[in-house]
Design a binder for this molecule. Structure first.
Ligand SMILES: [Zn+2]
Length: 303
């Protein structure tokens, strides 16, 4: 799933080719990931791309204002799990699952391909930006250490979940959360509010270091992520925790483990990232457990 470094790599690719290019026509395949397909078809032709921005995992392709200079219209793209953009001559063979074709005035085509269609596309106009993007947290590469600390210490959930929460910081997903926690030597199940100042200082540095390195290496190609030109990222070769369960920790040689935190697999070193102290279970939970146990033994007896 593309996260901040992969989306930034795509944004950089788009910045090379799109600004100044005018859309001549729009052709759509399946449209269930597009907010208002008719608006795209009607309003995009004749528009010229201006600035290309990235907000967390969102791409914003700003368009030159056509009526009043204050008007701000942007094409919003979220790559979801398998979204891919490419710019190519129209005679290039069309891969399966290509659903959006924008004919550009230089004779090329901007294409969007998405096998699973968990992505999103929308034409944002007249203040829709705030409605769609207003809940996003701060950019992790720009957030100060103090602000990072304040935001995380305000959360009672586990740090892995806090890092994935796009309303806290935007753009971090499973890969970069696991890698940052490994680098900062923090167990994914520690509670955000209980993290010490020096742990958060390490984590802030780790997040920024990991993201910068990953951008430099053009992202991680763990499943089918490729950049605008079909090139693969290289940061997966630098992974120290993510999907390395069963392998040796690069720091201490203990075996990396995998557990589920906040519904997501989390990879960590049990030695470098010690578990938080176990709290006593509230009585209610203990009671439910013993009831479950009783039910289990009863069903076993039936068998
Ligand atoms: Zn270790």
């Amino acid at each position: 799933m593309p996260e901040l470094p992969e989306v930034e790599t795509v944004a950089r690719g788009l910045r090379e080719v799109l600004p100044g290019r005018r859309v001549l026509s729009v052709r759509l395949g399946k449209t269930d990931f597009i907010d208002d397909p008719a608006a795209l078809e009607q309003d995009l032709p004749g528009s010229t791309f201006a600035r290309i921005r990235r907000l967390g995992k969102y791409l914003l392709l700003d368009l030159e204002p056509r009526k009043t200079p204050a008007e701000q219209t942007s094409l919003l793209i979220h790559l979801g799990m398998t979204g891919k953009l490419s710019v190519c001559p129209p005679e290039t063979p069309v891969p399966l699952h290509t659903h959006v074709f924008l004919a550009l005035d230089d004779g090329r085509e901007l294409r969007y391909n998405d096998v699973r269609r968990f992505g999103r596309m929308a034409l944002l106009a007249n203040g829709a930006h705030e409605r769609v993007l207003g809940g996003l947290g701060l950019e992790p590469l720009e957030i100060s250490e103090g602000e990072f600390r304040t935001r995380i210490q305000a959360r009672k959930s586990r740090i892995k979940a806090v890092l994935l929460n796009q309303a806290v910081v935007r753009g971090i997903g499973n890969i970069y959360a696991d890698e940052s926690l490994w680098r900062a030597r923090i167990h994914p199940e520690k509670i955000g509010a209980r993290l010490k100042d020096d742990e958060l200082r390490r984590l802030h540095r780790a997040v920024q270091h990991i993201l910068r390195e990953a951008i430099r290496l053009r992202g991680s190609s763990v499943s089918d992520y490729v950049d605008l030109d079909g090139g693969r990222g290289e940061f997966q070769q630098k992974h120290r925790a993510y999907q390395r369960d069963g392998k040796k920790c690069a720091r201490c040689a203990a075996i990396i483990r995998r557990i589920i935190v906040a519904g997501r697999s989390s990879h960590f070193c049990p030695q470098c990232q010690p578990a938080p102290p176990k709290r006593r279970k509230p009585r209610k939970v203990a009671k439910q457990r013993s009831r479950k146990r009783a039910l289990r033994s009863r069903s076993k007896a039936k068998r």
